[in-house]
Design a protein around this ligand. Structure first.
Ligand code: AHR
Length: 511
């Protein structure tokens, strides 16, 4: 049994919780769009063809912003194919995933869907096989006022009001050799600069995201960010980071410690961006858009070239277990711990493709294990992110050396009408050792004894860490009461091995 003491002090705050940290990603890939969010023949489809059962789960998940339409897909996408009368839209071969793209969902449809489920659309432009001209035309189509060709086309297509998309990604993973139109850092920096400058001529208040590295392990990592930002520094607001985690060669201990990689990744990108700022004598702070992250067992994926050409194929439909959910919970905690510099984050993806939500064509939809830490964190992380002081045991890992057994983050919200709310999230990443946790509540909130009560302790845990949710057993793994106790000003709880927790306290007296 490990022991842990956690101290929280409102004086040690990272910054406000950024709602955009709870973003997701819809790519035209596999069954994310077709038979995922969109399936006109489904009994629960709405008048636009979108599945209302999926929309319900998306709302419940608490997603705030959704990146679209890719991903690798965007780098050979002709957005014009996806607007106008559906019967007139061409069917194309998507080269990213060797899939038949019917274009029955496109820009207008996605924005309609996003608004209907209450999420902000975040758009990516094709800087692989296309360039500044097509990016500007898409921007004008989306955001322009009527009176010129592209906004007028949008109005003819039934959308008189501009879509008002604020966040735009300048391409996707352009550092990756797998990308259509892959570029060197210098080549990408130049086209990103030209595109950003042109897009800002249309609307200088856009938020623009430059492509960073598609993982911390890329050979160009660090240099890529520096070269891109040296050229685009004044024109962009964010630089992207992407990371997918899996138990490499069965190394589950290192996998459970994946948050270490994300932490070092963010620190390195921030350092590189601030180095570019320093050299320029600038106080501007480029933010990190962690706009693809998740667990993805890529060792089981043979690569794009191996794929047979099909329409809406079952691609990378990973089935997640309890261990995966603990990793996802710890990654969310890490993003929150960097809320001062990570402006946005998108779990990739939303439905069916390495996703928290699964669907059966014509049938059911259900929540994977990883759905639960996301939904609870998105719902209860409110107010200020606190920087916890954690004293706990260490776990040895091959990839990262010894790491803290616990990942902890906390938020304190005193903006409501009643008393303040404190929520603490924990991941126990030991596979063998439970933790006896002690949290000094009075120190955490600076309140008088007895002023705080425990609202709820929810735990995601199973005696079998490989337990999953499936169509036949969709609620095998769900958050259950975790058994935390309070006595005086102290909260204690036993956190089992490979478990994730959300503990909520509230101020019992109105101030
Ligand atoms: O999310 C799946 C793929 O992973 C995306 O298309 C790409 O950007 C990344 O490599």
């Amino acid at each position: 049994m490990g022991r842990a003491t956690v101290r929280l002090d409102p004086a040690f705050a990272v910054g406000p919780v950024r709602p955009r940290l709870f973003g997701s990603f819809v790519e035209h890939m596999g069954r994310c769009v077709y038979t995922g969010i969109y399936e006109p023949s489904h009994p629960d489809a709405d008048e636009l063809g979108f599945r209302t059962d999926v929309a319900h789960l998306v709302r419940e998940l608490g997603v705030t912003v959704v990146r679209y339409p890719g991903g690798n897909f965007v780098s050979n996408y002709r957005w014009e194919d996806g607007v106008g009368a559906k019967a007139d839209r061409p069917t194309q071969l998507d080269l990213a995933w060797r899939s038949v793209e019917t274009n029955q969902v496109g820009t207008d449809d996605f924005v309609d869907w996003a608004r209907s489920v209450g999420v902000e659309p975040m758009m990516a432009v094709n800087l692989g096989t296309r360039g500044p001209s097509e990016a500007v035309e898409l921007l004008l189509y989306c955001n322009g006022d009527p009176g010129t060709q592209w906004p007028d086309r949008r109005a003819q297509n039934g959308h008189v009001e501009p879509h008002d998309v604020r966040v735009w990604c300048l391409g996707n993973e352009m550092d990756g050799p797998w990308q259509m139109g892959h570029k060197t850092a210098g080549e990408y920096a130049r086209v990103a600069e030209e595109t950003a400058r042109a897009m800002r001529r249309v609307d200088r208040d856009l938020e623009l995201v430059a492509c960073g590295s598609s993982s911390r392990g890329m050979p160009t990592f660090g240099t890529w960010e520096r070269v891109v930002l040296e050229r685009c520094f004044d024109l962009v607001d964010h630089v992207s980071a992407h990371a997918y985690y899996e138990p490499l060669d069965g190394d589950v201990d290192s996998f459970l410690a994946s948050a270490e990689d994300m932490n070092r990744f963010i620190q390195s990108v921030v350092a590189t961006a601030d180095h570019v700022a320093a050299v320029r004598g600038s106080d501007k702070r480029i933010m990190v858009s962690f706009d693809e992250w998740n667990v993805w067992r890529q060792q089981g994926f043979d690569g794009e070239s191996s794929l047979a050409v099909r329409e809406a194929p079952e691609l990378i439909e990973d089935v997640y277990d309890v261990t995966d959910a603990v990793v996802v919970g710890s990654l969310l905690a890490t993003l929150l711990q960097h809320a001062d510099r990570v402006s946005m984050a998108c779990q990739a993806q939303l439905v069916n493709v390495i996703a928290p939500i699964m669907t059966e064509p014509g049938g059911a939809s259900w929540r994977q294990t990883i759905y639960h830490p996301f939904a609870l964190t998105a719902r209860y992380a409110r107010g200020m992110v606190l920087r916890p002081a954690v004293v706990c045991d260490r776990v040895d890992t091959a990839a990262y050396g010894p790491v803290d057994q616990l990942v902890v983050t906390a938020t304190l919200d005193d903006t409501g009408e009643g008393g303040a709310d404190l929520t603490v999230f924990f991941a126990n990443r030991s596979r063998t050792e439970p933790v006896e946790l002690t949290l000094d509540v009075a120190a955490a909130v600076g309140a008088a004894p007895g002023d705080w009560t425990l609202v709820e302790h929810l735990a995601l845990y199973d005696d079998d860490p490989t337990a999953t949710n499936t169509r036949l057993e969709p609620d095998r793994v769900v958050p259950r009461p975790g058994g935390a106790r309070t006595e005086g000003d102290t909260l204690t709880a036993t956190l089992p091995p490979t478990s994730w927790h959300c503990i909520r306290l509230t101020e019992a007296v109105s101030r």
